[in-house]
Ligand binder design. Sequence first.
Ligand code: PRP
Length: 179
Amino acid sequence: MDSEIKKVMVSREEIYETVKRVGREITEDYKDKIPLFVGILKGAVPFLADLIRVCDLDLEIDFMSVKSYGSSSKSTGEVRILKDLDYSVQGKDIIIVEDIIDSGYTLKYLKTNMIARGAKSVRIAAFLDKAARRVVDIDADYVGKKIENEFIVGYGMDYAEKWRGLADICALKNEVYEK
Ligand code: PRP
């Protein structure tokens, strides 16, 4: 294992089982609809790619890139759009897909933004929920796993753009991000 990795938090097998369970929940809830899955770049890419293949639905996908201001480990709450959606969300049933909900600033902003643009409904699917770090009052409608307050990488998540391609979700050793 990479010497900077402390431990595996969610194995690839557990990730796959979890995605299938979330996919079943979404399939049940949207069986008569055509939801638009909005992946938030970059961290959500593996989860979105896995999730759309286990949902037995007609669905659409789009992407947004946003930046939440502050240091890499601390959000300030100010969110800016770097890449907007290709199409309008007016009248659509939106599922925002995220790798992780942490302070909640990003998802609070995105949900408010989609509602303001006229989405018919907006729900959130987050693979990980770091509930201990929540600052604003927002929760995901579909949660893969609750996770303790570790610095997490892999399955799309990074530290300084590294480790996004790890198949398992891992915790970094403290000295890596504290130096
Ligand atoms: C991460 C994650 C969420 C956000 C969650 O993205 O993908 O978008 O932070 O944090 P919050 O709940 O405190 O707002 P990041 O800004 O690291 O970008 P990335 O997905 O490109 O890595």
